[in-house]
Write a protein that binds this ligand. Structure first.
Ligand code: PLP
Length: 487
């Protein structure tokens, strides 16, 4: 498809509706759509194409068909005399953004199909990078497989939930029983479930920017309004409390934190968590805490579960085995409801309904939760000096900060780094275009900051799971790329 065609059609549609660029920026801002002057000018001048959510906004505002705007001719399929009915995706998906697997990934797949080798630094999936599941986990799953043929209870097997409960007790999560624990097909399923059970159309929920975009996507899909609060790079990427306070309205129901954080690698200290608890207490908010990286904490730091500081509030804490036990493909995660459950009685009914409706989570994966959570934790060897995750972090941090025009905060946990590009030096106006250019020129796949609901075009995320030798090669290529890149 030609950018020129899009630009021409955009201009035609704007003329027909009598709308100038500034009018579109104005309407976008009123509707809470992020559309800057520089973006619209790039579209009109044929320099770049819009993302799905912006395309939808433009098509809706200019009263034209999205496909027509993108330059596609309508193919009139016919069945005999009759025109065939066309099936479109639900309009509920129009404002849903999930770019971790988005257009840049589509291009990478196209390049791979054409026989090119792409270095994928885009997804936090440990197994392909040689991180092995502990042998005992595999052995125990094999032994129990024939006992896992039927559905389990909707919340999950007793043995799995008991082990999760004991883990939660060690993390000092208050006021919980085994009935407050739900297993899921990964944390992903439970994020979706808990947003669907809570949000009515227009309800607001505070979500970090940058975020793990599934949170924003699920809140939006549920009809809610994701309101992004800033995490401040100048303060080790901790949430900006003033920004949080400014964004609370009568419709705000909850706050989400991701701790340890994806994509920044930040770990929130007790004082920061306490401030969030104080705000949630004052405004009577639910706290959702995504703690899937809680065992991947480096430098001898301790992970604190925010729920342990908030016995009087209603908290939901999420974790799982995808990252700590390198079994992302087995799909096992859980959520723990804790604290003041009386105030959430009706919401918990909703959670139970949705949990029952999906019958249960993957039972073979539940069967190894007890094995995984007890005894020796092989993940600990990865995060100490000499361990792979620790050494790869040291390496990537040094290499990135040696590149002129790139700065970054050293991550304390997980396996992501979120570097900042000097947008003036590289003249970067569009971070998705940067990711595409890097992919096409150096065959390295990263996710641009916009994919994490970060609204400046100045960041990208690297997954530093590959071995140092592979990271070295990619860093040399990246160093070269940034020595000439100018958008
Ligand atoms: N939460 C965060 C912060 C993540 O980074 C991820 C995966 O990358 C998930 C949740 C999803 O995890 P799961 O594999 O348990 O669905």
């Amino acid at each position: 498809m030609l950018k020129g065609t899009f630009a021409e059609r955009l201009k035609t549609a704007m003329d027909l509706q009598g709308k100038k660029q500034v009018d579109l920026v104005h309407i976008a801002s009123e509707k809470g759509v992020k559309l800057g002057k520089s973006h619209i000018s790039q579209y009109v001048n044929g320099k770049t194409l819009p993302r799905g959510d912006i395309l939808h906004f433009l098509a809706e505002t200019l009263q034209v068909d999205e496909e027509w705007l993108m330059g596609k001719e309508k193919e009139n399929q016919t069945l005999g005399e009759r025109e065939m009915r066309e099936f479109k995706k639900s309009s509920k998906l129009h404002n849903v953004l999930y770019d971790v697997r988005g257009p840049v990934v589509d291009e990478a797949e196209r390049m791979e199909d054409a026989g090119m080798h792409i270095l994928k630094l885009n997804i936090g999936n440990p197994a392909p990078f040689g991180f092995k599941t502990p042998d005992e986990v595999i052995y125990d799953m094999r032994r129990q497989l024939t006992d896992c043929e039927g559905y389990s209870s909707a919340k999950g097997l007793f043995s799995a939930r008991k082990a999760i409960m004991q883990y939660a007790q060690l993390k000092k999560i208050p006021n919980l029983s085994i009935e407050d624990i739900y297993t899921g097909n990964g944390v992903s399923e439970l994020i979706n479930l808990s947003m669907s059970a809570l949000l009515d159309n227009g309800d607001e929920i505070l979500i970090p920017s940058p975020d793990y975009p599934l949170w924003t996507a699920c809140a939006t899909l549920a009809g809610g309004k994701a309101v992004h609060y800033i995490c401040d790079e100048q303060s080790d990427w901790y949430p900006d409390m003033e920004d949080i306070k400014k964004k609370i309205t009568d419709r705000t129901k909850a706050i989400v934190i991701i701790n340890p954080n994806n994509p920044t690698g930040a770990l929130y200290p007790r004082e920061v968590l306490q401030q969030i608890v104080d705000i949630a207490r004052e405004h009577q908010l639910i706290i959702f805490s995504d703690e899937i990286y809680d065992r991947l904490v480096m430098d001898g730091e301790e992970h604190v579960s925010i729920a342990s500081l908030a016995p009087d509030l209603f908290c939901v804490t999420y974790s799982g085995l995808s990252k700590s036990h390198m079994i992302a493909g087995f799909r096992i995660g859980w959520m723990i409801l804790s604290g003041n459950k009386k105030i959430a009685k009706d919401y918990i009914e909703g959670i139970k309904m949705l949990s029952n409706m999906r019958l249960c989570s993957n039972v073979p994966a539940q069967s190894i939760v007890q094995t995984a959570l007890g005894g020796h934790q092989s993940v600990n060897d990865y995060i100490l000096p000499g361990g792979r995750i620790y050494e790869q972090r040291e390496f990537i941090y040094k290499q990135l900060t040696d590149i002129p025009g790139i700065t970054c905060v050293k991550p304390k946990a997980a396996f992501y780094i979120f570097p900042k590009m000097d947008v003036k030096k590289f003249n970067i106006l569009d971070d998705e275009k940067f990711a595409l250019d890097l992919l096409r020129e150096k065959k390295i796949l990263v996710v641009h900051g916009g994919g994490f609901n970060w609204h400046q075009p100045d960041h990208f995320r690297i997954v530093y799971l590959p071995r140092v030798e592979v990271l070295k090669e990619s860093m040399e290529k990246m160093g070269d790329f940034f020595s000439y890149y100018h958008q």
